[in-house]
Design a binder for this molecule. Structure first.
Ligand code: ATP
Ligand code: MG
Length: 199
């Protein structure tokens, strides 16, 4: 009897304030390396790690994520974290994705080296590793190490190095410096149209 193979789905969580080519390259590379059927980008509601910082309206971050991913047939965007409201915990994200995709899907949570390093301190960390495999991607300026993460549930991969962060994009816009080629063209235009990051 032929059994239907499981659907393999990447989950890329982030604040995406704004989304940049570092996010897109990491997602694309993991999609390729792990033969994922699709990658779902999930912009955070209120990121709890950034509670003390000003974060752009969720709707703007969501729309920019849609604009940046629209042309890739394997990329899509979920509103789950934004619509849940309140602070976003990755455990909730994964639980919602599991519910959305059913038990026939294998989940791969994609994260950069910096976020992976903090992961053990995240709420419900143990439960998270039951819901998904974790893929830690190299990120310039951050050490990619396995800080005692559960055996067999975490893979570390090297992705093309792009030393880009949303913080730097915001700072550049504020300073009147160009962000062309750091973010997709549509994002440059969206930032200008709505005058984001000008303070
Ligand atoms: P900020 O500077 O506002 O924190 P950021 O660039 O770190 O923004 P996030 O939205 O915080 O972007 O990150 C979402 C996810 O993408 C995290 O797992 C992060 O590690 C990963 N990531 C972000 N930038 C890169 C990059 N240049 N290379 C690899 N991974 C990245
Ligand atoms: Mg970050």
């Amino acid at each position: 009897m032929v059994t239907m193979s499981e659907r393999r789905v990447g989950i890329m969580g982030g604040t995406f304030d704004p989304i940049h080519h570092g996010h897109l390259v990491a997602a694309s590379e993991v999609q390729h390396l792990f033969g994922l059927d699709e990658v779902i980008f999930v912009p955070t509601g209120q990121p709890w790690q950034k509670a003390d910082k000003r974060v752009t309206a969720a709707e703007d971050r969501y729309l920019m994520t849609v604009i940046a991913t629209a042309s890739n047939p394997r990329f899509r965007v979920s509103r789950a974290d934004i619509d849940r409201g309140g602070p976003t915990y990755t455990h909730d994200t994964l639980r919602d994705m599991r519910e959305l995709l059913g038990t026939g899907a294998e989940l791969f949570f994609i994260t950069g080296a910096d976020a992976l390093g903090q992961m053990l301190s995240w709420r419900d960390a143990e439960e998270m590793f039951k819901l998904a495999r974790f893929i830690g991607c190299t990120r310039p300026g951050h050490v990619l190490a396995d800080p005692g993460l559960p055996e067999g549930r975490v893979s570390l991969v090297e992705v093309p190095a792009l030393a880009i962060s949303s913080t730097e994009v915001r700072d550049r816009v504020r300073a009147g410096e160009p962000v062309w080629y750091l973010v997709p063209d549509g994002i440059v235009q969206y930032i200008n149209k709505w005058e984001l990051y000008r303070d």
